[in-house]
Design a protein around this ligand. Structure first.
Ligand SMILES: [Zn+2]
Length: 477
């Protein structure tokens, strides 16, 4: 989510004026986020998560009924769709009834961009929040101010649960064009004084500039940092390589927007000497999950109603399932049974005692999985095992365009040897049961610049029930 709208003349301003502009934008955001609604939402979260399982379920069903009725009456897309199947809001009496409702897909968002928005909200009072992804076209999701506040309240809550005051100094690594693209010299960050935040541009991080970033972090002394795991692991790698330490003030790193790979987590935690807390949320605002102390993710019932659906469209109690959700926070685009295309590994229970269906891992997006001709699905987390002996590559990317062929791109460091590539292929062959031909390409040029790095990118048009439900053979593109 961007910090604020950047005026077109911003890049021409002196840095000090840019800092003031960022702070003023931040002040507006601060008032939005930290108003009455913010504290009310946080109190609601506390109250609801403390309830018993069946009480949470009843509370949530009531909320779901309300949002479904609201969508029926005020969202042309849903009115048409529900009328089409002869469904009236009064027909929704139980979770069983709810599970009969049709899914909403990413295609629906694109094809019905205006009809999927509520006619009840004042558009000028809402914000467009863009969905992220390297391959799919970002789609704007019209979002109410209250939904922005609700998101921020959940974000604050999970940090506070780790004993940290969210009013402390913090750093956000983000992709908002807050530092002009052409700027070659530090500072690649701006200050938002009212939020006690330093906003660091991820667009300017490179081998040349990384030391500037670390020095600035050490000067600023943040208590918590929030960013993408791929970006933070680049900084962590540089710290380790040069035997340096991050700021000693740091107590927590909060990762979001990408599934975090086990090696990335290990690297970040050891380089910065503090814990990583990962959470799952998205612009569509249908599901919010965050890690507990035991490392599992728990669904926050106050944000959205979540389901996990297997490839044969059954509820998952244990194993891989697609995350499907209904928003309880965003009235502007009230998505119902929205198929996120993100895959989670559901686990039957968690020792921490928190309610809600626990998830042991968020495995990535559908397009992040390698598929074999015999039907095996290999998650990016599993593919990460191929990296065990690859020590000298700046970046490795796995691409699958054909069910029988995998291309592995290596962007080597000076010390890189062919043995490392061979070892990768050896492990990948084991994982794919020798069903796929594996080709390696060693690139002399630096890795491509992307905002979000995806270790695995699969473009397989695979016939599956998920895909059928998504109404396309190739939903991720
Ligand atoms: Zn737990």
């Amino acid at each position: 989510m961007s910090v604020f709208a950047i005026p077109f003349f911003y890049s021409k301003m002196p840095i000090i004026i840019q800092n003031i502009a960022v702070s003023l934008g931040g002040l507006r955001l601060h008032h939005t986020r930290k108003g009455k609604m913010f504290y009310k939402t946080k109190a609601d979260i506390d109250r609801i998560v403390a309830l018993k399982e069946d009480e949470i379920s009843a509370w949530q069903l009531d909320k779901v009924k309300k949002i479904v009725a609201y969508a029926y009456h005020h969202v042309p897309f849903y009115r048409k769709r529900f009328d089409g199947i002869g469904f009236r809001p009064d027909d929704l009496r139980s979770w069983e009834d709810y599970r009969q409702l049709p899914f909403t897909t990413k295609n629906d968002l694109t094809e019905h961009e205006t009809e999927i928005v509520s006619t009840r909200v004042k558009k000028s009072m809402c914000f467009p929040v863009y969905t992220t992804g390297t391959t799919g076209k970002p789609r704007p999701i019209l979002t109410t101010r209250d939904a922005v506040v609700a998101h921020y309240a959940h974000f604050s809550k999970i940090i506070e649960m780790r004993g940290i005051d969210t009013d402390s100094r913090w750093v956000r690594f983000g992709g908002t064009k807050i530092v002009p693209e052409h700027q070659k010299k530090s500072p690649f960050w701006r200050y938002n004084y009212f939020e006690k935040q330093m906003y660091m541009s991820i667009r300017h991080i490179s081998r040349k500039t990384v030391k500037d970033y670390i020095d600035a972090l050490n000067r600023f002394r943040p208590v918590y940092i929030n960013g993408f795991p791929s970006v933070l692991s680049v900084l962590a790698g540089w710290l380790c390589e040069n035997n340096l330490r991050g700021p000693s003030s740091l107590r927590l790193i909060i990762c979001d927007s990408e599934s975090i790979l086990p090696d990335q987590r290990k690297l970040i935690e050891s380089a910065f000497s503090c814990k990583v807390l990962d959470y799952y949320g998205m612009a569509e605002k249908v599901v919010f999950m965050a890690q507990c102390e035991k490392g599992n993710y728990h669904v926050y019932p106050t944000y959205g109603a979540a389901e996990f659906i297997s490839e044969d469209m059954k509820p998952v109690i244990s194993g891989l399932g697609m995350i499907v959700g209904t928003t309880l926070v965003n009235n502007a685009t009230p998505l119902i049974r929205y198929m996120t295309e993100d895959i989670a590994r559901v686990t039957p229970s968690c020792e921490c005692g928190m309610g809600g269906q626990p998830v042991s891992d968020i495995e990535g997006r559908m397009g992040d999985f390698v598929y074999t001709p015999s039907g095996k699905i290999i998650s990016p987390t599993l593919m990460e095992f191929c990296m065990r002996n690859v020590r000298n590559a700046k970046k490795v990317m796995v691409e699958q365009d054909d069910i029988k062929m995998l291309t592995v791109h290596f962007y080597p460091d000076r010390e890189f040897s062919q043995d490392e590539a061979d070892d990768f292929v050896h492990v990948a062959r084991e994982l794919t049961d020798n069903e796929i031909e594996i080709r390696t390409v060693v690139h002399p040029e630096p890795p491509p610049k992307t905002i979000k790095y995806r270790f695995v990118l699969s473009r397989i048009a695979r016939q599956s029930h998920w895909n059928k439900a998504l109404g396309s053979n190739n939903p991720t593109h």
